[in-house]
Design a protein around this ligand. Structure first.
Ligand SMILES: *Cc1c(COP(=O)(O)O)cnc(C)c1O
Length: 365
C-alpha cells in the first residue's frame, strides 16, 4: 500500500481490496482459452459490431447525454417505461452511483456471503459499512438478509441468479424480502444474468409495482459487449431522478450506446445465445458430475464446479492453466474448494471437460 502522511483518502477507501478481474493468461504466451470472466463466446450480435465500427467516423462528437435512443430500445424489448431506465458505463457504474447516492458514513450496505465483490467496493468507496448476511448452501437466505437489516441499512444488493454461485431465489422470496425491508432501505436486484433464464424478467414486474426496489442489468454478459462498458438500471421515479443528478452527463460512450442499442433489438441473436449457453452448460455440468465434480443446478453462463477440498481445486486450476484453460479461482468469494468456469463454445467446453476428467483420473502434470 502506498500512503502519504498528509494527503489522505476518505475513511474506508484504504479498506478496499481492488477488484480482481478474471485472468487472461500470460501476455504473448501460448494461445489460451479464457473461461474466467463470463464473456459470451459467440461475441456480440453482428449488428452491434457494425454499429460500433460505424461510430469511428464521428469520434469527435460527444455522445447524447439523455441516452434516449438506447433507453427506448431497451424499453421496447423488455416492455418497460423508458422514463424509468438509466444507462451507465457497465452496471458497475450503476452500482457505484447507487452507493454514492444512498449510502455514506453511518450507513450500512447489505449483501450476501457470496455476493458480487463490487457491492463491497462501492460501499466502502462511499464511506459506508458493508454488512454480510450468511447464505444457506450457496443460496441467498431471505430470513438472514432480513435479520441483518438495521436502522442504518440503506441498500440491499442481491444478484438473482447470483455470481459466482449461479443459484437463484424464487420470485415469491424476493417479493417477501422487498415487502419486509426497513422503510429507508432500497433493494437492488442485480440481473446481470437474467437473460440466461428463459422467460425471466429480472423481477422487472416487482420493480414496477413498488417504490423500494431497483434492478440493474448489463450488456456485458449475454450481449457480449463487456469491452464496450454499457449497463442499465430500471427503477422507481424517485431513484432515477436522484441517480440522474449524480451521474456524469457523458458517462456512456457514443459507440457503446449504438452497439447496445443494436444488440438489444437483435432478439433473435440473444435467443440463440441463450439456447447455446443452456445446451453447453447442461452438457458440461453432466460431464463434470460424471467424473466426480458436481455443481449446483445452473441458471447462468458459468458453472461453479465443486471439488473435494481447497487443495484439489487449486491443483485442478493449475492443471487447467498449464493446458491453456483459464478459469476463475473464487477463494476471494469464500468458496476456496470451487472453480467458476464460464461456458465457452463447444470446443472450449469439450476441452475443459476433457482436462478435468484427466485431472480427476490422477493426472497432475
Ligand atoms: C458481470 C456482472 C456485472 C456486470 O458488470 P458490468 O459492469 O455491467 O460489466 C454485474 N453484476 C454481477 C453479479 C456480475 O457478475
Amino acid at each position: 500500500m502506498s500512503t502519504h502522511p498528509d494527503i489522505v483518502p476518505q475513511p474506508g477507501i484504504l479498506d478496499i481490496t481492488p477488484y480482481t478481474a478474471g485472468k487472461s493468461g500470460p501476455a504473448g504466451g501460448n494461445r489460451v482459452t479464457k473461461l474466467s470472466s463470463n464473456e459470451n463466446p459467440l461475441g456480440p450480435s453482428p449488428l452491434a459490431k457494425a454499429a460500433y465500427k460505424k461510430m469511428a467516423e464521428s469520434l469527435e462528437t460527444y455522445p447524447p447525454s439523455d441516452h434516449f435512443a438506447l433507453r427506448s430500445a431497451i424499453a421496447k424489448t423488455h416492455r418497460l417505461n423508458p422514463e424509468n431506465i438509466i444507462c451507465g458505463a457497465g452496471s458497475d457504474e450503476i452500482i457505484t452511483l447507487l452507493c454514492q447516492t444512498y449510502a455514506g458514513p453511518d450507513h450500512e450496505v447489505l449483501y450476501t456471503e457470496h455476493g458480487f465483490s463490487m457491492y463491497r467496493i462501492s460501499a466502502l468507496a462511499a464511506g459506508a459499512t458493508p454488512v454480510i448476511a450468511p447464505e444457506s448452501n450457496r443460496v441467498a437466505d431471505i430470513d438472514a438478509l432480513l435479520g441483518a437489516c438495521t436502522d442504518a441499512t440503506r441498500l440491499v444488493f442481491l444478484a438473482n441468479p447470483n455470481n459466482p454461485t449461479g443459484t437463484m431465489v424464487s420470485d415469491a422470496e424476493i417479493t417477501r424480502l422487498a415487502q419486509n425491508l426497513p422503510k429507508q432501505a432500497l433493494l437492488v436486484l442485480d440481473g446481470a444474468y437474467a437473460e440466461f433464464v428463459p422467460g425471466f424478467d429480472g423481477h422487472a414486474g416487482l420493480v414496477a409495482a413498488r417504490d423500494n426496489v431497483f434492478m440493474t442489468r448489463t450488456f456485458s454478459k449475454i450481449y457480449g459487449l463487456g469491452g464496450a462498458r454499457v449497463g442499465w438500471g430500471f427503477g422507481p421515479d424517485h431513484v432515477i431522478d436522484a441517480l440522474t443528478r449524480v451521474r456524469g452527463p457523458f458517462n456512456v460512450s457514443a459507440a457503446g450506446l449504438k452497439a447496445a442499442e443494436a444488440a438489444v433489438q437483435d432478439t433473435e441473436y440473444t435467443a440463440r445465445c441463450q439456447q447455446e449457453n443452456a445446451k453447453w452448460r447442461n452438457w458440461l455440468a453432466t460431464k463434470l458430475a460424471s467424473v466426480g465434480v458436481p455443481s449446483d443446478p445452473g441458471h447462468t453462463n458459468f458453472i461453479l464446479a465443486r471439488f473435494e477440498n481447497t487443495e484439489t481445486a487449486l491443483a485442478c486450476d493449475a492443471y487447467l492453466a498449464k493446458h491453456g484453460l483459464i478459469v476463475r479461482n473464487v477463494a476471494g468469494y469464500g468458496l476456496p474448494e470451487f472453480l467458476r468456469i464460464s461456458i465457452g463454445d463447444e470446443i472450449a467446453c469439450r476441452a475443459v471437460a476433457g482436462r478435468i476428467a484427466e485431472f480427476m483420473k490422477g493426472a497432475r502434470a
